[in-house]
Design a protein around this ligand. Sequence first.
Ligand code: UD1
Ligand code: UDP
Length: 379
Amino acid sequence: MQKKSKVKKVIVVFGTRPEVIKMAPVIRELQKYPKIFKVSICVTAQHREMLDEMLNLFKIKPDYDLNIMENNQSPFEVTAKVLMNIREVLECQCPDIVLVQGDTTTTLATSLASFYLKIKIGHIEAGLRTTDKYKPFPEEINRRLTSHLADFHFVPTQKAKENLLTEGIKKDNIFLTGNTVIDALFYILKFIKKSKKKLDERFCFLNLKKNKLILVTAHRRENFGKPLENICLALKQLVERNKNIEIIYPVHPNPNVWGVVRKILKDITRIYLIKPLDYISFAYLLHNSHLVLTDSGGIQEEAPSLGKPVLVMREKTERPEAIEASAARLVGTDTVNIVKNVEMLLYNRKIYIKMSKATNPFGDGKASRRIVRILKNVV
Ligand code: UD1
Ligand code: UDP
């Protein structure tokens, strides 16, 4: 008689908007196998409204909510609170594995706590590197440390795998799966089709027939202060110089971001500053945009799937695959350089077509299936 295998206890821990988006497909896939996995969900709530919005959208009900967010928090507070509060959850759950995602402070602190309790760790979206410890700050160090705490590494690309091998991570523990963000995007695109009328009405203030839409996001800590001011000045110059564009900018609620953005860009014609959007609305705008200006990680991964060129407003990126595929360009935070690159994409059709036709190097929409298949074997 075949021995009945024990149900594997998995706890999925996350705290911010991009983590929910990228974890949701993995959770959904794990929940398909109740005889194999008992899944618990713990949110640290490093983010609050931005997290809750995504939890509602993906219909995820956390079993634990550490509720740690404070206004204008620093990585000190986030690290300390996650580390202290997650201990009880992990001790009470005794999971076979903890799943974390990406490079946030929630990810690092949860991994450290799991290590202290000798619980196995699976790291999703492992292996991204810029090799500059301060760019992005503190994410480059968060993910490097997480790699050395984790047991299983789910990498989105071959390059990420090579990064881990270079750091001495064992080949047998690295699994090339693609990025789960593509799974999430494909899932959400279906809802855009269904809600098209509502979305058209919501964004009817945009003149999409007449003007080209530029979608902007910027929130990175290393861009606080002067770099963010330069970004805003570039946006201002762009609408002044080009009457055929509109800019929409969902502004991150961090006071270091919205304070500067509001000061420079409030009440400027054809610049719309709006609150962070739910994922369906954001994907709708991405779909309707001409190009994207961003310092976000996830958006660099999503935009190529919709054929939208991305100008990355950072000095370095941990996603060089997008640049190699001609889907993205690094433009930094210099005002003149941002304006020059946007105008190039507005008026040079050849370059625009080349960038918009690039294939997405980050995945095929099946990453979560691969991750769960691997978890069935390794846990
Ligand atoms: C964090 C991640 C970053 C990720 C980003 C996604 C770290 C170090 N950084 O940065 O990698 O790209 O999330 O957006 O983990 N706030 C709210 N409501 C919210 C969310 C944030 O008001 O729902 C405000 C609060 O004032 C909070 C501040 O934003 O203190 C900063 O939040 P935090 O998570 O510490 O940093 P992010 O810049 O969002
Ligand atoms: N996003 C969203 N609404 C917004 C801005 C971004 O749903 O108003 C989504 C976006 O599509 C991507 C993710 O949030 O999937 C990226 O999050 P963010 O830029 O905050 O974090 P990063 O990826 O830089 O860590």
